[in-house]
Design a protein around this ligand. Structure first.
Ligand code: ADP
Ligand code: MG
Ligand code: MG
Length: 879
């Protein structure tokens, strides 16, 4: 009776569910063997052995050797050959395979078991000496490479010079005698490089190979890969020892890789490549050009039919698209590996929905087959091809989508050029709210400074324009109107192509491919809508945004920022007059002119959102954001004086400058903004409230159903809130009386100041809803300036593992999240029907959405283009 194995499991005996110990490759090989698919026999050494190997200071654990010997005996019986035998030698591959897929990151050795004796037997058995000696050569160089890290070149050189000497173009043209010479030379090269002869003892070969595969777990590239994909260092790799089959034994043999469906489009048809008379690694090595799999149907029709059958079996049993490695030996098909295939977002959606239709998976499972974050790719335009376009620069992928246009360097030029029908790309050192009209006019934005949450990025994402930020190798010369990167120099008006999803800028005019919400995506969204509990609203500031948001399935507006309405070029002078006013009467006059404009904005938004809630936030940013920058004003003043312009014109600029200086604050984000502005300059909020109520009345008049929520920003204490709430209620009441109507509205607040979160029970007495403004809340809780942190130190924090993700993209659940949880609980303790939601960038981030679901918030609100992502993520969170 054989003792129970600890480290080693044969494919036909292992438990395929145990992926942690068998690794993905081993588990699937065991599974396929147990289903009766044509897989060469073999066994798996577990990841536990790998961990033990590392713990013992790179020593194989004690009983491993004897377990491997037992398993080899069994394998010999199954294969009908013996390891190291002089007549019927068994050859094996020694293959890595971790619990998570790390394609190509670790090592594998083929043809193990060949030596000076067995190679002769293989030559005789196969009646193909060239094949046998070539296999031996491959073993020698792979072994040297994997076990002793000898580069492949010296061995390749031996082969190349042999071909040259014999006047052969292809490896296959070399005669058996020449192969023997090649092997002899390779053995010499091996001994020189390694410092000892190639091990003729096959058991030594096996032991060294197993150790080397374990060691490859901690190779440089494997570690880099794990860091990149956030994979644990503790998993370890398994080792699979498997009987060799030979695709390189003749013209009736070969090797290849297939996907059971198209990995880019999801189309249901075999997709892949194969090579006749070749061994494994050649398909990927790129030395010979593989043929499309359809050719196999012509060359080897029986094999092709078996492949179709196998593909079908694998799909129905694994219930997912498979990526399959196979080899054909003398007309017989063998499967060497299968795994769930990597795919594009488009393919993921199509395959998931097709599989629901085929009855392979349940609708809810389909939801789990897509990566919500990944889906964003589908909602934007793309560059059809970048062939022939030189890269200008690479920056941060700040806002996805693609754009092609001519460079301009300032917002006014962007507007002017766009006005005459040009497509432009706005390139700026950074953008500020002052540039918004330029961002709106441009097809895309490129900035030198700023990160993923910089102004340009946030605005561009909100309106769905591609942006690449932080291209710090670019230099702009505003005098000469040129843009340089390395050797390249572009002028204003030159064409560039921007890919905001990749963070790339190319020189020249690429071709754009339109995005489309395919039927499959709509079907998936419909499934999501049935599953999710969280409502999904949009951050939309304009009627166009609102329309787009509804198309994408928004169930209301969670954040309508009124400042963007103040920033359109036509209104800026009015707003500036309002700011420059030295007393209330003057300010009121300017506001009176703004009022009808605001009314028109709101009416249109109510119309678009008919029947759905609309949350309007009163003015939030510090007033200086509506004035030109001080330096610009100073420069302008200099120019005006030099030209001896009229006194009144100079006086106007002087006044602007004076006011800009007066409004300047050391910490504007903690300064006179939000509710503080509403308290200090009450006329502004009065006007906004009046406009909102008039607009609502007009909308109701024309049969629109209005569900109005008025939101006060940057509240820190309940007294601030009460003060403003009472005033807004009075204004609202007065307007309604004047118009002779009643409009229902609720007043609530953003929770974005930590103190508001901490005193949420008090705050809830005056707020009928809380909307967590997680951008500011993160900024203030972490004390990270959102506009500077990325450029200045976040990257260092990522590199040093002090932060693992950007808290402005993915909610910091331990800190900021704890404040939110506290605020929700204490707010509801005082007001059980308190409505809660998140607006801010996090509202469109799948991980953050999962946290909102956990807290039982009522809704998330995100930019229109993220709504489909949020719908899917909300459903995934609910499952
Ligand atoms: P990777 O994880 O890098 O894909 P594999 O262990 O899958 O490494 O091996 C690479 C290739 O080597 C396989 O795709 C297959 O073509 C070939 N190979 C591995 N084991 C065998 C075997 N037992 N017989 C024939 N070819 C093999
Ligand atoms: Mg493989
Ligand atoms: Mg805020």
């Amino acid at each position: 009776q054989q003792a129970r194995s600890v480290w080693v499991y044969a494919f036909d005996q292992a438990d395929p569910r145990d992926r942690t110990r068998l690794g993905g490759k081993g588990a699937n090989l065991a599974q396929m063997v147990q289903w009766g698919l044509p897989v060469p026999p073999g066994f798996t050494i577990t990841t536990e052995a790998c961990k033990a190997f590392w713990q013992a200071g790179e020593r194989l654990p004690d009983h491993l050797q004897s377990e491997v010997s037992m398993a080899m005996l069994r394998l010999e019986r199954a294969a009908g050959k013996r390891f190291g035998d002089a007549f019927h030698p068994l050859l094996v591959s020694v293959r890595s395979g971790a619990p998570v897929s790390m394609p190509g990151m670790m090592d594998t050795i083929l043809n193990l078991g060949l030596n000076d004796v067995t190679v002769r037997a293989l030559a005789y058995q196969s009646q193909n000496p060239a094949f046998a000696y070539d296999s031996y050569r491959r073993l020698i160089q792979m072994f040297a490479n994997v076990v002793f890290h000898v580069p492949l070149d010296p061995f390749e050189h031996v082969l190349q010079s042999a071909k040259a000497r014999h006047g052969c173009k292809f490896d296959g043209d070399l005669a058996a005698g020449a192969w023997k010479e090649v092997v002899a030379t390779c053995l010499r090269v091996y001994a020189e490089r390694v410092g000892e002869p190639f091990p003729q003892d096959v058991h030594t070969q096996l032991r060294l190979a197993i150790e080397a595969v374990f060691r490859s777990w901690r190779s440089q590239r494997a570690m880099v890969y794990r860091k990149l994909h956030n994979l644990s260092e503790d998993l370890g790799t398994a080792v699979n020892v498997q009987a060799m089959v030979f695709g390189n034994i003749g013209e009736d043999s070969g090797t290849g890789v297939i996907f059971t469906r198209h990995p880019a489009t999801g189309e249901r048809a075999l997709f892949g490549e194969f090579l006749v008379n070749a061994q494994g690694e050649e398909v990927v090595a790129g030395t010979r050009t593989p043929q499309p799999i359809a050719e196999l149907a012509i060359k080897m029709p029986t094999v092709y039919r078996s492949l179709i059958t196998v593909a079908h079996q694998l799909e129905t049993r694994f219930r997912d698209m498979q990526d399959v490695e196979f080899t054909v030996e003398r007309g017989r098909l063998y499967v060497l590996q299968t795994r769930n295939g990597k795919r594009t977002a488009q393919a993921a959606v199509k395959i998931a929905i097709d599989m629901v239709h085929e009855g392979l998976i349940q609708p809810q499972e389909a939801l789990l087959r897509v990566d919500a974050q990944h889906l964003r790719q589908l909602l934007y335009r793309r560059l059809q091809s970048t062939d022939g376009l030189a890269v200008l620069t690479k920056g941060l992928p700040a806002s996805p989508g693609a754009a092609v246009g001519r460079i301009v360097f300032d917002a006014n030029t962007a507007v002017a050029w766009a006005g005459r029908g040009e497509r432009v790309i706005l390139v700026r050192p950074e953008t500020t709210p002052e540039d918004i009209h330029g961002v709106l006019a441009a097809e895309g934005v490129v900035t030198l400074h700023g990160g993923m949450t910089s102004h340009a990025a946030v605005v561009a994402r909100g309106i769905g324009k591609p942006a690449v930020c932080g291209c710090d190798d670019l230099r702009i010369d505003m005098e000469k109107l040129t843009l340089c990167a390395g050797e390249a120099m572009l002028r204003e008006g030159d064409w560039v192509s921007v890919d905001g999803g990749m963070g790339m800028v190319f020189i020249g005019q690429g071709t754009l491919a339109e995005a489309q919400m395919a039927n499959e995506l709509n079907e998936l969204l419909a499934i999501a809508d049935q599953v999710r509990r969280l409502r999904v609203r949009a951050n939309a500031d304009t009627p166009e945004d609102a329309r787009r948001a509804r198309e994408f399935g928004a169930e209301g507006i969670g954040l309508c920022r009124t400042e963007h309405m103040f920033l359109s070029p036509a209104r800026v002078p009015l707003v500036q007059r309002m700011i420059l006013a030295t007393h209330a009467v003057e300010r009121k006059a300017a506001l009176d002119e703004l009022l009808p404009l605001q009314v028109a904005d709101f009416t249109e938004i109510f119309r678009v959102m008919d029947g759905l809630p609309v949350t309007i936030r009163l003015l939030d940013p510090p007033l200086h954001e509506f004035l030109p920058r001080e330096e610009e004003l100073v420069a302008n003043l200099g120019r005006l004086r030099a030209k001896a312009t009229s006194e009144s014109e100079i006086a106007e600029v002087e006044q602007l400058l004076c006011q800009a200086r007066y409004l300047r604050e050391a910490n504007p984000m903690m300064g006179l903004r939000g509710s503080r502005l509403g308290i200090v300059y009450p006329e502004i909020y009065d006007m906004q409230m009046e406009a909102i109520v008039i607009a609502a009345a007009q909308a109701v008049e024309s049969g629109i159903q209005v569900e109005l929520e008025v939101m006060l920003p940057l509240i820190g204490s309940t007294k601030e809130l009460r003060h403003l709430r009472e005033r807004m209620e009075q204004v609202g009441q007065a307007v309604m009386e004047r118009l002779g109507v009643t409009i229902d509205f609720r007043i609530g607040t953003m929770i974005e100041v930590p103190r508001a979160a901490l005193t949420a029970d008090e705050i809830a007495e005056d707020a009928s809803f809380f909307s967590f403004g997680t951008n500011d809340l993160t900024q203030m809780t972490y004390a990270f300036s959102r506009d500077d942190a990325e450029g200045k130190f976040l990257n260092v924090y990522f590199d040093r593992d002090i932060l693992s993700s950007n808290p402005f993209e993915t909610l910091d659940t331990r800190g900021v999240g704890r404040l939110i949880r506290w605020a929700v609980e204490s707010g509801k303790s005082r007001r059980p029907d308190l409505k809660t939601g998140v607006c801010g960038e996090h509202g469109g981030d799948p991980a953050s959405i999962a946290f909102c679901e956990e807290l039982g918030l009522d809704y998330v609100s995100c930019s229109p283009f993220r709504i489909p992502v949020a719908r899917i993520a909300a459903a995934q969170a609910a499952l």
